[in-house]
Design a protein around this ligand. Sequence first.
Ligand SMILES: O=c1[nH]c(=O)c2[nH]c(=O)[nH]c2[nH]1
Length: 306
Amino acid sequence: MTLLGPNQYGKAETRLVRVARDGAVHHIEDLTVSVALSGEMAEVHLSGSNAAVLPTDTMKNTVYAFAREHGVGAPEAFGARLARHFVTSQPTIHRARVRLAVHAWDRIATPGDDAHSFVRAGRETRTAQVTFERVAGDSWEILSGLTGLTVLNSTGSEFRGYLEDGWTTLPETDDRILATDVTAVWRHEDGEPADEVGEWDASYLAARTHLLEAFAGTYSRSLQQTLYAMGSRVVDQLPGVEEIRLSLPNKHHFLVDLAPFGLANEPGDGAVYQAADRPYGLIEATVLRDGSDARIPADLTGGGLR
Ligand SMILES: O=c1[nH]c(=O)c2[nH]c(=O)[nH]c2[nH]1
C-alpha cells in the first residue's frame, strides 16, 4: 500500500534574454527562471490522467510571452506576475513557486553613440523566489537574495581562543585574511508584493550595500561573528525584511612557510599567502527579526537559488 506524498512539477531553468532598445542604446536582461506548480495532482500520478496538468512546455512559453508583453524588471515583480497567473488561471493549480536568477552584464565602452556591446559581470547573481498559494485565502512569500558576491578583508580578522584537543594543529592568529563568497537569501514581510520595480531594486541594492559595509566594517573574531553582523545589519536597516539566511564559505588564506628558504613570512607588508580552494569552512546561519519565524529553508542557501 502506498500513498502519494508532497509533489510539484514545472519547467526548470528557462533561459530568458530580453533586449530593450532606446535608439542605439540597448539594455539587456538575462535571467534563468524555474517554475514549480502544485495542486490537484493525484490523478496524473495515480491513474495517468493529465486533465489537471498544465504542461511544463506551457510554463516556459508563458515566461517568454510575459517578458515580451509586460517586460521583466525586478525578479521579485516578474516572479509575482507569473506565480499569480498560474494559480489564478487554472483551478487545479493551488500553488506556484517561481525561482529567478539574474545574470548581470556590464557595458563595453565603445566610441560613438552605439551601445550594444556587453561583458558578463563576474559571478555575482541576484536571485529571487516568489511563492503564491491559494488555499484558504491568498498567501505570498517573497525571498530576495544574491550569490557569488566575493569579498575579502586583508586584515582586521583574528581567530583564537577556540577549543583544542589532541587533533588540533591550527595556530592562533590575530591577523589573517578573511574572504568568502556570500550567498544570502532574505524574506520580506507577508502580504501582496509591490508591483513597483524601482522599490524592489532599491531594496535589493540597499541590502547588498549593508552586507558589504558590515563585512568591511566588522573587526572579526570569527566568520560566525561577521555573519551575524552582516545579517543583523540587513534586518535592522530594512524594515520589511523579517529574516535573512547566509551561507559563507571560509576561503582560507594560509601564510606560506618560507623558513626553509631563510625568508620570514609574517602578517604585514609583503606577506605571501596560499589561497586554498578546498576544503573550506562553511558557516551558515539565519538572523531573525525578534518575533519572526525562521522560514527560509537551510538548503536554499546551500546552492538552491541559482
Ligand atoms: O572564523 C572561523 N570560524 C571557525 O569556526 C573556524 N575554524 C577554523 O579552523 N577556522 C575558523 N575560522
